[in-house]
Design a protein around this ligand. Structure first.
Ligand SMILES: NC(=O)c1ccc[n+]([C@@H]2O[C@H](COP(=O)([O-])OP(=O)(O)OC[C@H]3O[C@@H](n4cnc5c(N)ncnc54)[C@H](O)[C@@H]3O)[C@@H](O)[C@H]2O)c1
Length: 283
């Protein structure tokens, strides 16, 4: 049986969305779960859920963009558990969508702080605690599938999510000799606090999701949590510097579209079926 018993894990933004799913799943595998969450009500909610599930936990209200608060989080983890085995840098979001031409310096600064800079701050502060395990550890950075393709109207977000991949690869080289692994997870659209695809598409139209995502559905926090459990456990003991594309196959399908008749095409699809270039492959 896979277990994370005895391992301490910190999940940033673990009070909502993907982060909360990760915190709860790590608890199911018996990890000691630490959450650093910005919103007090979400911190309370995940604290209550972990308590009800009898998970050994420490929930801290903190803004991981702020160095003094991050240092305090590390101090409290050190006091309580004396080390850190798994760091999940989950926090991230985008400034309001707009054409790059009209983005402001403030938009760029926001995207930088919330998607990349806090990972620097948290990770730098966490490395000494991870070293204290004496057996290495695992750092897991949340990027996005948009790091591997374009995302119109969120250009700065896409750029910083691509930078997370560069950060992951270089840090993996620096820390590998200490047994500290560094990997990234790059999700496609996933149900969370910020992103709610279940509200975008009527149940009767859900079949259309498979036109771009081969596995035919959007992601869930549990999907992300599964990747984190794998990357945080010894099952991935020889995996570092890489990224899991958590996307139902969307990236593999990039440029392809599965039509209502089940044929995949890489030709432009025009409603009413005006274009039939015969480039598709039957189901
Ligand atoms: N949901 C998606 O479709 C999707 C797609 C690609 C990538 N991602 C990435 O996955 C990660 C999680 O996304 P999500 O959709 O679950 O986000 P979310 O906004 O639903 O949840 C983020 C959580 O982090 C907390 N938080 C925000 N700022 C914080 C801060 N400064 N300090 C501490 N906590 C903070 C929020 O209160 C919230 O509980 C992000 O890095 C995001 O960019 C998500």
């Amino acid at each position: 049986m896979l277990t994370l018993k005895g391992k301490t894990a910190l999940v940033t933004g673990g009070g909502g969305g993907i982060g909360r799913g990760i915190a709860e799943e790590l608890g199911k595998f018996e990890a000691q779960v630490v959450v650093a969450e910005l919103k007090p009500e979400r911190a309370d909610a995940i604290g209550g859920a972990l308590q009800a599930a009898r998970v050994d936990h420490l929930v801290l209200q903190a803004d991981v963009r702020k160095e003094d608060q991050v240092n305090d989080v590390m101090r409290q983890i050190d006091q309580r558990y004396g080390k850190l085995d798994i760091l999940v840098n989950n926090v991230g979001t985008a400034s309001p969508p707009k054409l790059f031409e009209f983005t402001t310096n403030e938009d760029w600064e926001f995207d930088y702080q919330i998607n990349l800079r806090h990972m620097f701050v948290v990770t730098r502060a966490a490395i000494p605690l991870i070293r204290k395990t004496g057996r290495g550890g695992s750092i897991i950075n949340f990027s996005s599938i948009e790091a591997f393709r374009g995302i119109p109207l969120m250009t700065a977000y896409g750029a910083f999510k691509a930078a997370v991949i560069g950060f992951t690869q270089s840090l993996a080289l620096e820390l590998g000799h200490e047994g500290i692994r560094v990997n990234a997870v790059a999700p496609e659209t996933t149900e969370s606090e910020a992103i709610q695809p279940s509200k975008w598409i009527r149940p009767e139209d859900s079949g259309a999701i498979g036109s771009a995502i081969p596995l035919g559905r959007f992601g869930t926090p549990a999907d992300a949590a599964g990747c984190v459990v794998f990357l945080g456990s010894d099952l991935s003991a020889w995996v570092t510097g890489t990224t899991i594309h958590l996307d139902g196959g969307a990236l593999a399908a990039a440029g392809w579209h599965r039509m209502a008749n089940g044929v995949w095409t890489n030709a432009p699809v025009i409603s009413k079926g005006a274009l039939h270039l015969g480039r598709g492959t039957k189901k």
